[in-house]
Design a protein around this ligand. Structure first.
Ligand SMILES: [Zn+2]
Length: 271
């Protein structure tokens, strides 16, 4: 665990997404939960030393950010689209729940869906801290940035993958570029990305470049009349960044998935 500002703690070493929490003078606010049950149990131990969890924010609708919710108390806050995704997977058979390799769900496992939702933005006030939750579409339509002005820190969720392969399965690529511009305007010293190392606003141009390069690669494939399958065979950005630790076996699948998503979105926008 690392301390990234006076009262903000982050763990980037779990399988799945980065998680963090903020210690206020009236309890703890958590941002996302570990994907693997063992990691979630360890994180609960760690967090409990800092006070009761008052709020738990889920920043997006993918399981690596919310599967661990049931290990924690506190009121869950998320975008409406994230609540819908959690309710969907809650009603699916247990075998369909994806976990990091080698993990299994504990017997008493259940999903916890958000108690409070929003669609554009909402502000939480707790003790001496302010939490601005802002919908910044990009990695998914429901992506949420958590900006904590008193700490000069923002959790960007998966709109930033810091020097690891980005996942574009549910991406809105042009909105993603706009959201990165919005992040650039925040008055912060620290950005906590959804995956990869903690960074700052200096990384945003590099993140924008990888998204732009993805868009351009798929766009020129379409303009050259390439089929989706051919584009999936031809386009790969695996030489740019490593996969995040633990996800190496998904490398090819992620490239093909990214091409598929952009191919569909770009083709649609040209119609
Ligand atoms: Zn993620």
């Amino acid at each position: 665990m690392q301390k990234v500002s006076k009262n903000v703690y982050v763990e980037t070493g779990f399988r799945g997404c980065n998680v963090g929490f903020v210690v206020t003078n009236d309890g703890v606010v958590m941002i996302d939960t570990p994907h693997a049950p063992e990691d979630a149990a360890a994180w609960r131990e760690e967090v409990s030393g800092f006070g009761p969890v008052r709020y738990l924010i889920n920043t997006e609708p993918h399981g690596d950010h919310f599967t661990g919710n049931c290990f924690f108390s506190g009121i869950i806050v998320a975008h409406e689209g994230t609540r819908d995704a959690i309710l969907d997977i809650s009603s699916a058979p247990r075998e369909l729940v994806r976990l990091p390799p080698g993990c299994s769900l504990p017997e008493d496992f259940s999903f916890r869906a958000p108690d409070i939702t929003f669609t554009s933005k909402v502000t939480l006030y707790l003790g001496d801290h302010t939490f601005q939750l802002i919908n910044h579409p990009g990695h998914t339509p429901y992506q949420v940035t958590v900006y904590i002005p008193e700490e000069r820190v923002a959790f960007t969720s998966d709109n930033i993958f810091c020097r690891v392969q980005p996942f574009l399965r549910q991406a809105l690529p042009y909105e993603w570029l706009d959201s990165l511009k919005a992040l650039q305007k925040l008055d912060v010293d620290v950005l906590v990305p959804g995956h990869g190392d903690v960074c700052d606003k200096g990384y945003i141009p590099e993140m924008s470049a990888i998204i732009s390069d993805w868009i351009n690669a798929v766009d020129s494939a379409i303009k050259n009349g390439m089929s989706l399958e051919k584009a999936q065979d031809m386009i790969s950005f695996l030489d740019r960044y490593p996969m995040e630790a633990g996800a190496e076996s998904m490398a090819q699948e992620v490239q093909r998935m990214n091409v598929r998503r952009l191919y569909e979105v770009l083709l649609d926008s040209e119609r």
